[in-house]
Design a protein around this ligand. Sequence first.
Ligand SMILES: Nc1ncnc2c1ncn2[C@@H]1O[C@H](COP(=O)(O)OP(=O)(O)OP(=O)(O)O)[C@@H](O)[C@H]1O
Ligand SMILES: [Mg+2]
Length: 357
Amino acid sequence: MIVRKLVLKNFRNYDSLDLKFERGLNFIVGDNAEGKTNIVEAIHFLSLARSFRTSECVELIKERRQFATIEARVEEDTNRKDIVALLTSSSKKIMCNGKPVRKMSELSSLVNVIVFEPKDSLMFNDSPLVRRNFLDINLSKKSRIYLDNLMTFEKLLKERNTILKNENIDTLQLNVVTEQLIAVQEAISKYRQAYVGEINAVLSKIITAIKGENEVAKLEYSPFTKLDDKFLERARALYERNLESDIKHHITQIGVHREDMKMMLNGKDISVYGSQGENRISVIALKLAPYFLIEDQGKRPIVVLDDVMSELDKEHSDRLVKFLEKFEQVFITSTSTKYKNASIYEVKKHIVTRRNA
Ligand SMILES: Nc1ncnc2c1ncn2[C@@H]1O[C@H](COP(=O)(O)OP(=O)(O)OP(=O)(O)O)[C@@H](O)[C@H]1O
Ligand SMILES: [Mg+2]
C-alpha cells in the first residue's frame, strides 16, 4: 500500500502541511530539528494509533493548540481509503472513509506501516521487552487470534499478580487463574515460534543484499518452556516449583512475558560480538522482514526509515537504497541525499518543498 496524500494540522511543529507522495522512494531531507521525523511519525501513527516516539498524545499536538489532525489518502491496488486521526490531550479518534475505527486490529488492516528508528539499532542490547514488542506488534497485525490471546494473557497475568499481592492468598482462585494463564500461553508461544521461523526464511537474504556478502542470520527465540505435546504438564510443574518464590515476590516470574530472543549473525550473537554497524544492519533487516511475509504485493506495508543512513558507510547505504528501490513505498529521513531515483522533499522553517518535482 502507499500513502498518496498527507495533511497535518497542529501536528508537532506544523501549523498546517499538505503533501503529495509518490510510489517508491521518498526522501525527507533537512537540517536537524526542522521537522523530518515529525512527518514520518504522522504517517506511522495511522497504523497503530500510537507514536513510535511517545505514548503521550499531548506531545503530538502543537504547543498551545487544543487538537491535532492527521489526514491521509491510502491506496491499496485500486482501493482508496481516507483516514483521519483527531487527537486531543485526552482522546484520539480514527476514522476511515467517514466511519469510526474502534479497534487496533481493524486499523492495522487499513494502514500498515513498518518503522525503523535510530534507537532500534540497540534492540539486541536493550531490554527483552523491546524484542517481545517486535513480535507482539507484528503478530497482532497478522493474526486477530494472537492479539486476542495476548490480551487474555495480560488480563490473567494482572489477576494472578493481584492475587499474589494479597496477604491471605486464596489458593483455589490462584489455581484457577494459573491454569487459565498456562493454557493461553501455549498458543502465544507457538505463534511466536512459527513467526520467528517465517522471519528466518527471509532474513539472511535481506542482510546479504545490504552487506553485499553472503551472510547467515538467524533469530533465536526461546519459549519459556519447550513447545511439544508435554507443554502443559511441563508448564504446570514450572509454575508449581516457582510458586513459593512468586508468592514471596508478589509477582509471576515465569511465562511469555519474560521470553526473549537473540540474533545470530554467522553463528555469533550480535549483542555480544556484533559491531555497531552490524547491529544496525541486522535490525534494519529484521524490521524489513515482515514486508516479505505478505504475499499480496498491494497489501505490503509502507516502510518508514528514520535517520537510517547515519552510522552506515557509503557502500552499505548505497546497497540499502538500491534494495529499497523495489519496495512499494519507502520514506527515508536524512540530513542530506545524493540519490536521484527518488522523490525528494526538503524541510525548512516548517515548509516542505518538493525538490525534484
Ligand atoms: N508539540 C510540539 N509543538 C511544537 N513543536 C514541537 C512539538 N513537538 C516537537 N516539536 C519541535 O519539532 C522539532 C523536531 O522535529 P523533528 O524531530 O521532526 O526534527 P528532525 O528534522 O527529525 O531533526 P533531526 O535531524 O535532529 O532528527 C523540534 O524543534 C521540536 O521542538
Ligand atoms: Mg529526526
